[in-house]
Ligand binder design. Structure first.
Ligand SMILES: *Cc1c(COP(=O)(O)O)cnc(C)c1O
Length: 419
């Protein structure tokens, strides 16, 4: 490859880090990327494990194709079985506390309604202003239906929500607090145990959105005393496009909460087809209808890889990758006008970094043309998220070098310059 950084020291360090990487063998367990491509957008959609297509093929040919509806019995309990597996591998939750089935937005809706019903007399929902928009859309609808007020707390766009801002907003009128453990844009990582405790002290319920955290950082829902959680599986959990989201409810809360979309998958005796709805006593009451079987089965391959590698090692590699990217960026991208817009310390962020430069999202298609895939983050940012199990440190050198070439051309300084 000719696309290498100008700094030979950083490059030789990258080569050494690759050679010493205990997870380097996992790179071959993914579907190979086209030659010369560097994927740095794992926060949008994780890479495909090489084992995924065979799992889906078995459902299609082996189960649907050969056995038709006779195969259906083994699909009925899929949302729970898959939930237990995610709970064990990535969430620090116990069996019977997690299901998958609907998208994050719908799961958020179900749990937010359930939480407001469980806190009658309290009429405030707290959220922060740097969350993913769908969370605010859902919560504002839920709050309006319940006659409650959605209060949006200001978060720092680079550093995330200051816990003091939250503490000042907590009082006995708050029913529910909903926050992202890892901020979708900046990557700021919150103190899950401390915030959960503060919310409980105020008598409110805490709903965590784990979309950018699950599979990226070790999570201990049980140890934190968490109440409720939702989150994407197609990002760091490597589950594949359209895979359904996780939904967590702590065991002792389950019988106390009811959700608004009552369907047969949530019934205590699903196959009896009784005329009246009676919710399952456990986590199944948060399900509604037939699960996306192909997507859930497809999600197994990524979870197997994560379980085998271990989340602690994934986290260590992830912070090493983003830390190394910061050093490359300080040297090459910052002088080209990119401002770091994430918490500088690895311990205070998830698995991605954000950089700000006026018009940066418009560069994203040019970066992709040069083989470097990153996410735009509005209004003026790009998001960089290397998949730890498949990204080499030398890939980062190559990516930064190519990004610089693109920027230099755009700025009229590079090879594309005329005269
Ligand atoms: C990715 C993401 C979602 C996705 O929601 P869907 O309903 O599954 O499309 C929701 N919330 C956050 C914070 C996200 O990052």
């Amino acid at each position: 490859m000719t696309d290498l950084p100008a700094d030979p020291l950083l490059l030789s360090e990258a080569r050494r880090l690759d050679a010493e990487d205990p997870l380097s063998g996992f790179r071959d367990r993914f579907h190979p990327v086209p030659e010369g491509t560097v994927f740095l957008n794992g926060a949008s959609l994780g890479r495909m494990p090489a084992a995924t297509p065979a799992l889906v093929d078995e459902v299609l040919r082996g189960q649907w194709g050969d056995r038709l509806a006779h195969a259906r019995a083994q699909w009925l309990d899929l949302p729970r079985r898959a939930g237990d597996r995610i709970a064990e591998v990535a969430l620090g939750a116990r069996p019977g506390e997690v299901v998958v089935g609907d998208c994050t937005s719908v799961n958020l809706y179900k749990l937010a309604v359930a939480a407001l019903r469980a806190r009658p007399g309290r009429a405030t929902v707290l959220v922060e202003d740097d969350t993913f928009p769908t969370d605010r859309y859902v919560l504002s609808g839920v709050a309006a239906d319940a006659g409650a007020t959605l209060r949006v707390l200001p978060a720092h766009p680079d550093l995330g929500l200051d816990p003091e801002v939250l503490r000042d907003a907590l009082d006995d009128g708050v029913a529910l607090v909903c926050l992202c453990l890892v901020a979708p844009r900046s990557g700021a990582l919150l103190d899950m145990a401390g915030i959960t405790a503060a919310v409980h002290e105020a008598g409110a319920l805490m709903l965590w959105d784990l979309s950018h955290a699950a599979g990226a950082v070790p999570i201990d829902l049980t140890g934190c005393g968490a109440d409720l959680a939702v989150g994407s599986t197609y990002k760091h959990l490597l589950a594949g496009p359209g895979s359904p989201a996780l939904l967590y409810v702590r065991r002792d809360l389950q019988p106390l909460l009811t959700q608004p979309v009552q369907g047969w998958y949530g019934h205590r005796d699903q196959l009896a087809l009784l005329p009246a709805y009676e919710p399952d006593p456990g986590i199944r009451r948060f399900l509604t209808g037939s699960p996306p079987v192909l997507s859930i089965v497809a999600s197994g391959a990524g979870l197997d890889l994560i379980a085998e590698a271990g989340l602690d090692r994934i986290r260590a590699k992830s912070t090493a990758l983003t830390g190394f990217f910061q050093r490359l960026a300080d040297r090459e991208l910052v002088p080209r006008g990119f401002r770091p817009a994430s918490p500088p310390e690895p311990a205070r962020r998830g698995a991605h970094l954000t950089y700000e430069r006026p018009g940066a999202p418009e560069l994203v298609p040019f970066f992709a043309e040069a083989g470097v895939f990153v996410d735009p983050a509005l209004p003026d940012r790009v998001r960089i998220s290397p998949v730890p199990l498949s990204t080499r440190f030398t890939d980062l050198c190559e990516a930064v070098e190519r990004m610089c070439r693109v920027v230099d051309v755009v700025d009229g300084r590079g090879e594309g310059r005329t005269a």
